[in-house]
Write a protein that binds this ligand. Sequence first.
Ligand SMILES: *Cc1c(COP(=O)(O)O)cnc(C)c1O
Length: 300
Amino acid sequence: MVATDLTYRASEVEPFRWEGLDFFVKRDDLIDPRFSGNKLRKLYSLFKLPDHTLKRVVSYGGAQSNAMLSIAYLAAMKGWEFVYYAKKLPKWLERDPSGNLKRALELGMVLHQLEPRNFYEEIESIRKESGADELFVPQGGADPAAREGVVLLASEILEWARHSGYERFSVATPSGTGTTALYLREALPERVEVLTTPVVGDEETLFAQLRRLEPDAASLPKILFSFGKHPFAKPHPQFLKIWESLKGSGIEFDLVYAPKMWLELKTAYGRLPKPVVYVHSGGVSGNVSQLRQYSYRGIK
Ligand SMILES: *Cc1c(COP(=O)(O)O)cnc(C)c1O
């Protein structure tokens, strides 16, 4: 059974010292254990919909997606059906689902596997056919509906900064779809630097996604990109080392997005307006399956 309430409260901002450098971490990962930090922000407007307004939520994306699991919890709370499309799963995962996929299936998610060849065409026709009592959520929750929850996140950050006497400072968050970074940039004043790094593709991929989301955005987050392009969620020895060192410093982050952002922050630290506030966007529930990928590839 899934509790049907959500106690939404401002998340804490904690000082965090890592490899001799001082940061703050906004603990969005601790708002509600069921929801991956920024997915809760991005789905915030859906939480407020009365249960009876929808029958079904439809979405698509990766088989271990944090957004997928968050929508699965939301749908279970609301009594909505959740239909999710993913590319054909590898046999071992289909036989023995783990991590986010396992939990989402337990929550009642209906999974459909599609042939990878024309995946996005099929998704597009599914989107076009969605009915009035159905809500179609783009991959990773990349939708203007995400703005409302991210604006709330921005206002919490500003309130904390005002209280602590910080005028010019940096806010950092890694980008998948870039939705969180873009709406943070939009909601925070220019004196605050919003930093991100693409974890999917390169700078161009990220710019294209941001333009798709908001073609007329007045300003864009600042992109740090010294590490270069790396296939999404593919293990890298340096990521594991950073993740372990962060954990050793007292906070567990996700293993897919966070290491790349922290690596960039360390490289750019001397040039950044301080303090640097890192938004912890959760995703820790995916670490079990990601660690499996590391050990499968013999990276330790
Ligand atoms: C989804 C996710 C992101 C990326 O958020 P976007 O808004 O898609 O850029 C970053 N970190 C974690 C842990 C996530 O789960």
